[in-house]
Ligand binder design. Sequence first.
Ligand code: DGL
Length: 260
Amino acid sequence: MPIGVMDSGVGGLSVLKHIHAQLPHEHVHYVADSAHAPYGNKSAAEIQARCFDVADFLLAQSVKALVVACNTATAAAIAAMRERYALPIIGMEPAVKPAAAATKNGVIGVLATVGTLKSAQFAALLDSYGQHVTVVTQGCVGLVECIERGELDTPATKALLQQYTAPLLAAGADTIVLGCTHYPFVKAAIQAIVGNHITLIDTGDAVANQLKRQLTAKNWLTASSAKATIQFWTNSPSENASIVTEQLWGKPIDVHRIHL
Ligand code: DGL
C-alpha cells in the first residue's frame, strides 16, 4: 500500500525528497491542491474542508499512512483529520524546538505563512520551546505563489525574500526557521541574502523520520526491494504544472491532473 502525501501545492515535494531518501521502496501518492493554494490566507474552516477533500481522494487509493506535508494545514486541520480518519497521520510544525537548541545568541527568526503564525498550535509551540529565546516571526505573503510558478530565483522572488528576512536580521537572528514546506525550494536564495553565518532549519528530514518510526512500529514497511513509484496528482489550472513539478522534484515524475 502506498503512503499518501498532501500539501496546498508543490511545497510538500521538499518533504517527499526526505521521505523517498529514507524509504526508497515505499510507493507514494502525492496530491498538490494547487488550485486552492495558498492555504496561508484561508480560514481554518476552509483549510479543513480542503484537507478532507484531498484526504478522501488519497484514502480511496488505500494509502496506509498520510503525511500532511504542510505546516499551515497541520495547524488548521490535523486534529479534525485525526478524528475523521483511522490511519496514522503525520503532520508538521515550524522547527522552533531545534532552532531554540541551535541558536548561539538566543535570537531565532521564523518565516511561515500568516495562517501558521496566527494559529493556536503555533502559540502553543512558542509556549513550549520559545520561552528562553527571542522569537521573531515574519509572515511571507506572496512567496508561496512565486514558488508554485517555479520562480525560485527571479528578481521578484528575491525582493520578497529580502523584504521578509530584513526584520529577522535587524533583530539579530542567527538561526532562521523555514516554517513552510515551500520555502526549502528558495533556501539557496535565502542563504545568499542572509549570509552563510546564519543557520537555516526545516523539518523535512524529521517528518520522514517520524513516518519511518510509525510504519516500523506497526510493521507496515514494505518488504519489497523494488524501486518505488511516485504518483503526483495536481488540480493546478496552470499549463506549466508538469514543468514546475519536474523542476522542483529534479527528475521525471508522473504528473496526473485531477479536479478536486
Ligand atoms: N506549504 C505550506 C506550509 O507548509 C502552505 C503554504 C500555503 O499554501 O500557504 O505551510
